[in-house]
Design a protein around this ligand. Structure first.
Ligand code: ZN
Length: 297
């Protein structure tokens, strides 16, 4: 059995996958703040999940993911700003507390493995992109079951491609893709509750329709970037995927409209290559359980 821990900005989740990849334990708690608190919460949640299946000795593998720059080889995590963690020997500390040297990675990269796992049921084929539309917008690519890293681990970080709006972005640029296709974009553009967006658009509310069109344009562009850099399939998750069916329809309509005006895009068959997943599914924790164990221990 494999245990995965996802240290999120607000919630820390631990789950156990049985030998056929089904979730058999799932425990969550509010995330800590600061190095020691983040770690204590993660280990505590992991211990409760481990207890469900008979304790640490019942586990073959442990994996942990968190936001920020996470180096799977050294095991160190850096710059997890929302957790107030500057630097942390994530793998070393978890190994000391649990007796298992964990596989570690960034949360979006882990979620990409989780997304492939839940959609291919353990038989990944081809190259799949996972697009996480959460507070920010980030993607990760999985090729034959392995996460692609790229320079500085930045493969798939398409949320900071400037697309020409003048909105300042958290990264220091202006007009990033993230500023039109993310939870923070929705928060800025739509003054009402997120859950009211699609019903309002369906009733013809012009502001809601504009916001849906903007989100769909941004996500459609993200899909186009990912497919033209080698992905066969783009799986969309994160908080924006809460209205799964409506979001998928909006993005597909956008892509179909683009393909009508461009034979080049039509050949890429973009609309058929996007699938929105259940935004509430614990993809990062599932992916964490599947992270490879580092070769250096
Ligand atoms: Zn940016």
């Amino acid at each position: 059995m494999r245990l995965g821990v996802d240290i999120g900005g607000t919630k820390t989740a631990a789950l156990v996958l049985d030998p056929v990849g089904e979730v058999v334990a799932h425990v969550t708690a509010a995330s800590g703040r600061g190095r020691d608190d983040v770690l204590a919460t993660a280990v505590g949640v992991a211990a409760r999940a481990a207890d469900v299946v008979g304790g640490w000795t019942a586990l073959r593998h442990v994996g942990v993911c968190m936001p920020g720059l996470v180096d799977p080889v050294t095991g160190w995590a850096r710059s997890a700003v929302h957790l107030d963690v500057d630097a942390l020997d994530l793998a070393g500390e978890v190994a000391a507390a649990t007796g298992h040297r964990p596989g570690v990675d960034n949360d979006v990269k882990a979620a990409a493995l989780g997304a492939v796992h839940v959609t291919h049921a353990g038989a990944p084929s081809g190259r799949t992109a996972y697009l996480n539309a959460g507070t920010g917008l980030a993607a990760a690519l999985v090729d034959e079951g392995r996460v692609l890293r790229g320079a500085g681990g930045a493969a798939g970080e398409i949320g900071h491609l400037p697309v020409g709006t003048e909105v300042p972005c958290s990264c220091g640029q202006r007009g990033c893709l993230e500023t039109i296709a993310s939870g923070s974009a929705l928060h800025r553009l739509w003054p009402r509750r997120p859950a009211e967006l699609f019903p309002a658009a369906a009733q013809g509310d012009p502001v809601a329709r504009d916001v849906v069109a903007t989100l769909a344009r941004g996500l459609g562009l993200a899909v186009q970037v990912l497919v033209t850099t080698g992905a066969d399939l783009v799986l969309v998750g994160g908080g924006l995927a809460r209205d799964r069916a409506e979001l998928e329809a909006a993005v597909r309509d956008e892509l179909v409209a683009h393909c009508r005006t461009s034979p080049f895009l039509a050949r890429l068959d973009l609309a058929a290559r996007v699938r929105v997943l259940d935004g509430a599914a614990p993809l990062a924790a599932i992916g964490a359980a599947l992270l490879p164990t580092p070769v250096t221990a």
